[in-house]
Design a binder for this molecule. Structure first.
Ligand code: NAD
Length: 502
């Protein structure tokens, strides 16, 4: 008998935070409206969450404005100390956060425990340490003058987060913004707000002053759009679809906000004929099937050299078919449901699109029946496309759906890899040092993984080129995103300007 019991969703719901978090308080929306958060395992309701409208966002912005002078002028080391405390509290509540994330998103509990929660804590810890180390320069200008730079927080930052990694993205976006001295109005995705609200509460306990962090769950077209338009918000950082990214850029024009966009991807994952095949098979399954393929950096184009394609697929297809789908709260589950039923239907539509284009379905392609039929599940799906120009080789499916594309030469591999409008994650498997570096140079991408895929670290810049967006999360780059540089000139020798000398 299995000694580990799968917890019931109701065991987790009694203490869930479900109101807006504004000025250090949990409050209802001014309109009283709510949105139901749903468990994607069986589409049962979890909790009704307050839904922010314009009045609530104005209230959150006002609170952030009041908090800004104190937070931005606090010693950087002190801000850092508070963020380190946030990291400690996340670790102290790791199991609770992992379960809440799995309940709300469908991430398998083993992934929430092993990846989402530790990565969120690591991000707060990294930027806690960074707060007092991100410093300006002294520039050697002409004699008699001193020139130095100040990195100043931009002010009130709007952050709009998607539903695929809500907890982790809360850390990626908040930690650098706070380390740099900004105040935040964050909108989680309407379908996955629960862990962001809990993190806000832990931040309060850690000593983040009231008003510094405000969380306003709500609809994208209402709350998200208003954040992008808001005249008192100085910067908006967004992760999500390219279509919404465009809307945000348009909406931000009124006050010429700084904009950071982390958008979609169609990651090429290239396996050459000199690769360690077993490593490539396992790494390619991770590249696409982790988080049910709902990752902007997913390796969703599996490019195989024709000499090893059959041997690769002989190992990869049985592996894909053997992945254990199930309740995300069951410890044995390797793949959970997609995060919503609309999204499941959208992913399944691509199976028909592939077949209509002359593609061949090699594995999966449907929702499982039995006890998973009520949830948002999709089997690990492998499709061989007829052409690299087909929609399934060009459009982001954002699910456990990988498109196989064979190639004959390095030149053809590069042409196919760079044939989409996207440029986010990319990977290659090869034993050739020169080939590895050549592709690292020539791929149109923000990130390249060699004999690996989908590695992230709080110190390593994360972002894309082309329609995958601009700006970078993580590392020093993220601190630059959340600051303005001021150049200060001092006339040290008290020289009198000579231009109009009389
Ligand atoms: P989306 O871009 O519509 O939503 C992401 C976030 O943006 C959510 O918080 C949403 O409420 C908000 N939003 C929506 N409209 C907005 C607007 N007009 N102004 C401001 N904010 C707005 O994405 P989606 O509909 O949830 O997913 C659709 C597709 O987007 C996916 O299938 C996938 O291709 C892509 N996606 C990418 C990522 C990523 O990590 N890059 C994440 C989620 C979705």
């Amino acid at each position: 008998m299995n000694a580990v019991m799968t917890p019931r969703a109701s065991d987790l719901t009694s203490s869930i935070r479900h109101q807006l978090f504004i000025d250090g308080q949990f409050v209802d929306a001014a309109s009283g409206e709510t949105l139901i958060s749903v468990n994607p395992h069986d589409n049962s309701p979890i909790v009704a969450v307050a839904m922010a409208g314009h009045a609530d966002i104005d209230r959150a912005v006002a609170a952030a404005r009041r908090a800004f002078p104190r937070w931005s002028r606090m010693a950087a080391a002190e801000r850092g100390r508070i963020l380190l405390k946030v990291a400690d509290l996340i670790e102290a509540h790791a199991e609770e956060l992992a379960r809440l994330e799995s309940l709300d998103t469908g991430h398998p509990l083993r992934d929430s425990r092993r990846l989402d929660v530790p990565r969120t804590a690591a991000c707060f810890r990294y930027f806690g340490g960074m707060a007092d180390k991100f410093q300006g320069d002294t520039i050697p200008v002409e004699a008699g003058f001193l020139n130095y730079t100040l990195h100043e927080p931009v002010g009130i930052v709007g952050q709009v987060v998607p539903w695929n990694f809500p907890l982790m993205f809360t850390g990626w976006k908040m930690a650098p913004a706070l380390a740099a001295g900004n105040c935040i109005v964050m909108k989680p995705a309407e379908i996955t707000p629960l862990t962001s609200l809990r993190i806000a509460e832990l931040m309060s306990i850690a000593g983040v002053p009231d008003g510094v962090v405000n969380i306003v769950p709500g609809l994208g077209a209402v709350a998200g759009q208003y954040i992008a338009e808001h005249p008192e918000i100085a910067k908006v950082s967004f992760t999500g679809s390219t279509a919404t990214g465009r809307r945000i850029v348009n909406a931000s024009a009124g006050n010429l906000k700084k904009v950071h966009l982390e958008l979609g991807g169609k990651g090429p994952n290239i396996v050459f004929d000199d690769a360690n095949l077993q490593a490539a098979v396992n790494g390619s399954a991770w590249a696409i099937f982790h988080n049910q393929g709902q990752a902007c950096i997913a390796g969703s184009r599996l490019m195989l050299h024709e000499r090893i394609a059959d041997e690769f697929l002989d190992k990869f297809l049985p592996l894909a078919r053997s992945i254990r789908l199930g309740n995300p709260l069951d410890e044995a589950t390797e793949m959970g449901p997609l995060t919503s039923s609309q999204h499941r239907d959208r992913v399944l539509d691509y199976v028909g699109i592939a077949q209509a284009e002359g593609g061949q379905l090699l594995a999966g392609g449907q929702s499982p029946g039995g006890e998973l039929a009520a949830g948002c599940y999709v089997e690990p799906t492998v499709v061989q496309a007829a052409s690299f120009k087909d929609r399934v080789a060009q459009e982001e499916v954002f699910g456990p759906f990988v498109t196989v594309l064979p190639f004959k030469s390095d030149e053809e591999a590069l042409q196919i890899a760079n044939s989409t409008d996207y440029g986010l994650g990319s990977g290659l498997w090869t034993g050739g040092l020169q080939r590895a570096h050549k592709f690292a140079r020539d791929l149109s991408a923000g990130m390249v993984w060699i004999n690996s895929y989908k590695r992230v670290n709080p110190g390593s810049p994360f972002g894309g080129v082309g329609r995958s967006g601009y700006g970078r999360e993580m590392g020093f780059e993220a601190m630059r995103e959340y600051t303005n540089v001021k150049s200060v000139w001092v006339n040290v020798d008290a020289q009198i300007p000579a231009h109009f000398e009389r």
